[in-house]
Design a protein around this ligand. Sequence first.
Ligand SMILES: Cc1cc2nc3c(=O)[nH]c(=O)nc-3n(C[C@H](O)[C@H](O)[C@H](O)COP(=O)(O)OP(=O)(O)OC[C@H]3O[C@@H](n4cnc5c(N)ncnc54)[C@H](O)[C@@H]3O)c2cc1C
Length: 468
Amino acid sequence: MSHIPRILIVGGGYVGMYTALRLQRRLRRGEARVTVVDADSYMTYQPFLPEAAAGNIEPRHVVVPLRRVLHRCEIVNGWAVGVDLQARTLEVHPHQGPPRTLPYDILVFAPGSVSRLLPIPGVAECGIGFKTVEEAIHLRNHVLAQLDLAASTEDEEIRSRALTFVFVGGGYAGVEALAELEDMARDACRYFPSVDPGDMRWILVEATGRILPEVGPDMGRWTLEQLRARGIDVRLNTRVESAEGGRVVLDDGGEFDSATLVWTAGVKPHPLVRASGLPLDDRGRVRATAELTVEGHPAVFTAGDCAAVPDLTKPGETCAPNAQHAVRQARTLADNVVAVLRGTDRKAYRHAYAGSVASLGLHRGVAQIYGRKLRGFPAWFMHRTYHLSRVPTFNRKVRVLIDWTLALFFRREITSLGALSDPRKEFELAARPESRFPERAEHPLQEGRPGPRAAEERSGSPSPAERR
Ligand SMILES: Cc1cc2nc3c(=O)[nH]c(=O)nc-3n(C[C@H](O)[C@H](O)[C@H](O)COP(=O)(O)OP(=O)(O)OC[C@H]3O[C@@H](n4cnc5c(N)ncnc54)[C@H](O)[C@@H]3O)c2cc1C
């Protein structure tokens, strides 16, 4: 029997999933087998994460189940941990069981990026990123839990800490996440008579002198004015110096306690990139050719956030890490893989950046597309129609549209289901006859540091309430 080439795709995100989709459409039966390796069983449509966090879209509708859409591909869930470029194998650690060694004829290397964290004391312990659907769900529950907490305590320190929300990084992930969550929290305040929207502090810390560079300087300035007009404290040219125990210290002298620190200060290539042995550029990205192969490795293709792909529309520059490029690169990449299999010519990737759209909360947005500037409702409408047209599969499009339509007629849900992340807590408590009250949350991102009562219970002294 003749050998059927194996195409192995590392990462089932934008690049991985769109490449596999196109391959399964273009490849003839028996021409090649396609295997996708991803730690998750779904692809995340990241531009919808801010809306998922704000409760406008059901979180399950911003992810695409790989097994459902890639029915002609094999899906392996686990971590790819290393590539042997000589032997042409990939080592994969499934979530349980022994490691697997998967051979390949053609490797598509697309593990994307992770949050770019700086070695700032306390950030790794107190902060959270905004790249995954789990983080978006957590933040929604967390922000609502802070409102519950603020409305239920008489302790001013705890209240102020709960109502202080800090976002670091003014790119589209940070600005959209902050704007959507602030909008949701402001709306939710109507159900918390003791919490006035003005009691909340929303702070955006940005190290450079501008925000939202993706929509250009004019629209960035306009967005800054809009956010400030909403009472959001935007601090430009400012850096976080530390965040130990939730005490955020800025280099402009600002200092406050916050139970919420969201880190959106850019991305860096996934750690697997460094471990791959592939040639890297000075920013740690895989060096790609314009045909999306890796320099010096004609059997390895790469694209997306992990790759330095030459931008042929701007000689000397590389493509920015965004979905606009990732989706289009995936198309060219898949066509070039087919070209290799069939011995035909490969194409160079070329796309001029069209601009960006960003949502700033319900009915508010900003956009710059092909030099056309839009703001307010038209930009928000464009944001929704653009992303609805882009979100993969008809099934997702209909579900997202239904979510938006329902949101027109009903108010947002304001229940914090934070306990979802710890579903066994109640059962464990029931199994311990001696414990009458649940322990207070210890994690700085939970309801607060161990409160005075918890501390006093341990030391045996009465709580402030008992003293009163
Ligand atoms: C909140 C947010 C909003 C955004 N909004 C926009 C927008 O409006 N417009 C825009 O153009 N771009 C936007 N982006 C950027 C865009 O989503 C990314 O550029 C795009 O996802 C990059 O695609 P990728 O395939 O390179 O990486 P990803 O889509 O991140 O996919 C990488 C995949 O690899 C998997 N993986 C990683 N390492 C391993 C491993 N070792 N083993 C197995 N699997 C692994 C991951 O699980 C993931 O599924 C946004 C990003 C965020 C976070």
